[in-house]
Design a protein around this ligand. Structure first.
Ligand code: FE2
Length: 430
């Protein structure tokens, strides 16, 4: 367990370094979008949360620099305000995070890993490894929003064989399944507790909606037809003047996209990325379909009809490997639709994990019996109809921060996140 925790902490820090060593200091302190913090804020915030949860709460140590705590409290300062704060400069931020990490590895070697809720199964350490990886995903979004020369590169994901032979949709028969978890040691409060949910029969897309599919919606005038949109979605579409996914431009009849600083033709066989919930919802209605509910998504991903139990991941209980899913920033784009046959669910649904976060129809709400843990600001303060749930992680999500039960949430207008979607329909619909 200690070795596994240390490996996860080290992997997260290596990724943080890759994301922050590839640009000059002025790129670390600049704000590339009002939606995002300067990268240097994330860097010191990662160290500060690690100090708070591990050195102080688990280890009982005194604060190292109490005067900087308020600067890095995400609830005290909205992202847009953070560049105006007296933040630690890059060298100091790196040194602080490094100093905390050294002390944490000493603590890990000496600390019991059971006896309190924070310590059991190394939960607090797992929380911090996930937290750093989640900020790495946030920093990758900042890189995507950043203007300037290319700083990050990665090989493209492998292309699938025989994807064109896949059925367009899969039938998930009616019946109950176990949603959420009581047993996943590093699951967060909003994934708990496990509970039975009865899901009527439905059909779900085998793969996420592709750019090629989405281009047909655009070409058919989908952005100019109010009947495909909810009233709020239509109002937003007009106000924000949406006409294509974020980072897309049309030049001489060809659609191009900007991806981590490089401009390239939109690849038709990749899952569509950088669409808001409103756009996903409108597309689904145009296609005569709808977004899946969160329960439908999780049943398609986890339920094994042969055993009646829910799997940790679509392919089974084994931790994600490169053969299962496009996770962990190995690639800087989603894999073509139909990829990862070894990552398919019991029902044959592909790419539920990795590639693109998938918008669901559901609001972010607590499960029956929810208990806030380890603090209310983790999930509870976000519950309500203003946030929509996303599932499955993206190419930017690390395996440690991804599970069949993992829930993400965001505003329905958000487009800079690595989100796409797939569609569903009720089984009784013709
Ligand atoms: Fe954070």
């Amino acid at each position: 367990m200690r070795e596994l925790i240390a490996d996860q902490l080290i992997a997260a820090r290596e990724r943080t370094a890759r994301l922050t060593d590839c640009v000059e200091d002025h790129d670390l302190t600049a704000q590339h979008s009002p939606l995002m913090s300067p990268l240097v804020w994330d860097l010191a915030h990662i160290g500060n949360q690690e100090e708070l949860w591990l050195l102080r709460n688990v280890g009982g140590r005194d604060p190292m620099h109490p005067e900087i705590d308020p600067l890095y409290d995400a609830f005290e300062h909205p992202r847009s305000e953070r560049p105006t704060l007296p933040l630690l400069p890059p060298a100091e931020a790196r040194a602080y995070a490094h100093e905390v990490r050294g002390r944490v590895l000493d603590l890990l070697a000496a600390s019991p890993l059971e006896g309190t809720l924070l310590l059991d199964d190394g939960f607090a350490f797992g929380l911090i490894a996930q937290h750093e990886q989640q900020h790495d995903e946030t920093m990758l979004i900042t890189h995507q929003l950043r203007r300037g020369p290319v700083a990050l590169t990665a090989p493209p994901p492998p292309a699938p064989a025989g994807a064109e032979l896949l059925p367009a949709e899969v039938l998930i028969p009616a019946g109950p399944f176990t949603m959420g978890t009581d047993t996943e040691p590093w699951a967060l409060d909003n994934e708990r507790p496990a509970h039975q949910v009865d899901v009527p029969a439905f059909r779900l897309d085998t793969t996420p909606v592709s750019n090629g599919d989405y281009l047909r919606f655009i070409a058919d005038g989908g952005y100019h037809e109010p009947r495909w949109w909810t009233p709020e979605g239509w109002e937003h579409r007009q106000r924000a003047d949406l006409s294509a996914p974020l980072f897309w431009t049309s030049e001489g009849g060809q659609w191009l996209r900007r991806r981590f600083g490089a401009v390239e033709p939109v690849p038709p066989d990749e899952p569509v990325l950088h669409v808001s919930w409103y756009e996903a919802d409108a597309y689904a209605r145009w296609a005569g379909r709808r977004l899946p509910t969160e329960a439908e998504w999780e049943k398609a991903a986890r339920h094994d009809p042969a055993t009646g139990r829910s799997r940790r991941f679509p392919w089974g209980d084994a931790s994600p490997g490169p053969e299962h899913a496009n996770l962990g920033q190995r690639h800087l784009q989603p894999a073509p639709v139909g990829s990862y046959p070894e990552g398919g669910s019991a029902y044959g649904v592909r790419q539920l994990m990795g590639d693109v976060w998938e918008w669901t129809a559901s609001d972010f709400l607590p499960y029956p019996g929810f208990r806030a843990w380890p603090y209310k600001e983790y999930s509870e303060v976000f519950f309500g109809p203003e946030y929509k749930v996303l599932r499955g992680g993206s190419f930017a999500v690390a395996p440690v921060a991804c599970r069949g039960t993992f829930r993400n949430w965001d505003y329905p207008i958000r487009r800079q996140i690595f989100a796409g979607f797939r569609t569903a329909r009720s089984a009784e619909d013709a």
